[in-house]
Design a protein around this ligand. Structure first.
Ligand code: GTP
Ligand code: MG
Length: 527
């Protein structure tokens, strides 16, 4: 076996220390103020939940999805273009609003004003001129792991909204730490489930503007509004399943698999509608659940037929029907009734849980936790370094001799951090792996994902074993797989780029082995 590298200090501590050192170097330097702010932001973000931006064309259902993910009814949704100000949702024990202005000012707002602050009025007037973004604290469990950015539609008809979104996603150069703080670490991109050409074009344009960002490492795609494929004539067919079959094979839509780790089928309206159910609307659903399902489906062909039909379940008031129809949409309403018919004893909580599950939103949240959550520390460090490097490049242009010397020291520190941090190598290997067909077998592809942390970053998870696996077995496995990838990177059968990936994978196994041996010696259980 090779000579193993020395143990790695704890990653966040090391990165924090490196950024801290750079902050000390740049302190009190007026021409390096922007870099100083970028460093402060990067260091602060290491300790915060990963920031995930929800992006896509206007009216794709972004805000509905945000509400569904946090299992609450918070951000505004609407038929026309609705969200006009980037809204950043984070965890807070009680709702709280902070308005951040472009000039850097921050003002506390009232939670009940959230919609007024973020939505244009009927005349199209911007709700809050000069506002850079609104921060909204919400008591949602999901937000303990992720921050969510609800964004205005890209390519919006209101030019500045599209620009605000692009800013939030890090597309424009960052003028100050505010916008650096705002930039997202990862992306959920909504595409109309009818797969509009328009959406493809947008993804491509967006990817071009953000080299390395819209890649399967950092981005997951969503086929939104899948319930719209529901056909009342075939009421039991699952419209999400239909989309899953399309997206099940990564090669079914090759344009998308270049950009997204996965395409997840979702009908967020059913989960958001579930979060909005009132005792009165649940009572209405119970009454409707007694109707003949074929007739119910037939009525749901049109909103008017369903709401006005006094001859059908007359005990449910028209206002309740209208509310149910709008908040759950026909498929969600039909499924809710079918669930209550099959489980008449079920309470509102069970109904909500059922709707969340079938809407695909629980699955999406789980996928985010797995794909991004497991690698959150690396991703935050990666995006922090990226932004700091951009700030260094910008600072160079106006710098004089003394400042150039400081910038050189900062760059050296960043290089050291990058060089020492193997996780960044793993992210780069993943990026190369996704970028092209490198000739790996299906089993190797799966192994690359696993060892780089797709299923968890603990040693046994990276080796594909359970938590109770004895250390000697883990050691044997790490040696075996390390040898295998060693041969792969030395052999001539793979193209150069694939050998590079193989080398990083081999190093990953070596590090795992190192940790296992450290654990063994600490426990002193080796014979
Ligand atoms: N049938 C169905 N309708 C949905 C779904 N998600 C959203 N909608 C509807 O689509 C419209 C737009 O939803 P929003 O969530 O406001 O869309 P958005 O992408 O945030 O729109 P902007 O803020 O204007 O960019 C609303 O009328 C929603 O009720 C869905 O899963 N199914
Ligand atoms: Mg919106």
């Amino acid at each position: 076996m090779p000579v193993l590298p020395p143990p790695e200090p704890d990653r966040p501590t090391r990165a924090q220390a490196a950024f801290g050192e750079c902050l000390r170097l740049t302190r009190g330097q007026p021409r390096l103020a922007a870099l100083h702010d970028a460093l402060a932001a990067a260091r602060e973000r290491l300790g915060q939940p990963l920031r995930v931006a929800i992006a896509g064309q206007a009216s794709r259902g972004k805000s509905t999805l945000v509400n569904a993910m946090i299992d609450r009814d918070e951000v505004a949704v609407g038929r026309g273009e609705t969200t006009s100000v980037v809204t950043e949702l984070s965890y807070a024990p009680a709702p709280a609003v902070t308005v951040r202005y472009e000039d850097g000012a921050a003002v506390r707002g009232r939670p009940e004003d959230l919609h007024r602050l973020t939505v244009r009025d009927r005349g199209g007037a911007h709700p809050a001129p000069g506002v850079a973004r609104v921060e909204y604290g919400v008591p949602s469990e999901f937000l303990k792991s992720f921050r969510l950015l609800d964004t205005p539609g890209l390519a919006s008809v209101y030019e500045e909204d599209g620009t605000a979104t692009e800013d939030a996603l890090g597309l424009r150069s960052h003028r100050d730490s505010e916008s650096a703080l705002l930039a997202a670490d990862a992306l959920v991109f909504l595409i109309d489930s009818e797969v509009h050409e328009e959406d493809f074009a947008l993804v491509e344009r967006f990817a071009e503007k953000t080299p390395g960002k819209v890649t399967p490492v950092f981005a997951i795609g969503v086929y939104a509004k899948c319930d719209m494929h529901w056909r009342p004539g075939l009421p039991e067919a699952d419209p999400l399943e239909q989309m899953r079959q399309v997206s099940g094979s990564r090669h079914a839509v090759p344009q998308l698999s270049r950009y997204f780790f996965d395409m997840v089928a979702v009908a967020a309206v059913a989960a958001h509608g579930a979060a909005r159910l009132t005792p009165e609307s649940v009572a209405g659903l119970r009454a409707l659940a007694k109707a003949d399902p074929v007739e119910l489906a037939g009525r749901l062909r049109s909103g008017r037929r369903f709401v006005d039909g006094a001859d059908f379940a007359p005990e449910v008031p028209a206002a309740v029907r209208l509310d149910l129809y709008e908040s759950l949409q026909p498929w969600g309403l039909y499924r809710a009734c079918r669930f209550l018919a099959a489980h008449p004893e079920a309470g509102a909580a069970a109904l909500r849980a059922h709707l969340r599950e079938i809407s695909g939103v629980d699955g999406l949240n789980a996928k985010l936790a797995r794909h991004f959550g497991n690698r959150a520390a690396f991703i935050k460090l990666h995006s922090g370094l990226h932004r700091v490097r951009r700030a260094v490049a910008a600072a160079k242009s106006g710098a004089e001799r003394a400042e150039l010397a400081i910038l050189e020291l900062v760059e050296r520190k960043l290089n050291e951090l990058e060089f020492e941090d193997s996780s960044l190598d793993e992210l780069n290997a993943l990026a190369a792996f996704y970028a092209g067909d490198l000739g790996f077998t299906e089993a190797e592809r799966e192994e690359i994902l696993r060892v780089t942390g797709e299923y968890g970053t603990r040693c046994e998870q990276r080796l594909g074993r359970g938590a109770d696996t004895p250390l000697p077995e883990l050691e044997r496995l790490a040696v075996e797989r390390g040898d295998y990838w060693s041969r792969q990177c030395e052999g001539a059968s793979l193209p150069g780029r694939a050998r590079h990936v193989a080398r990083i994978i081999r190093n990953s196994y070596w590090r795992i082995l190192h940790r296992i041996r450290q654990a063994q010696s600490l426990l002193d259980i080796k014979e």
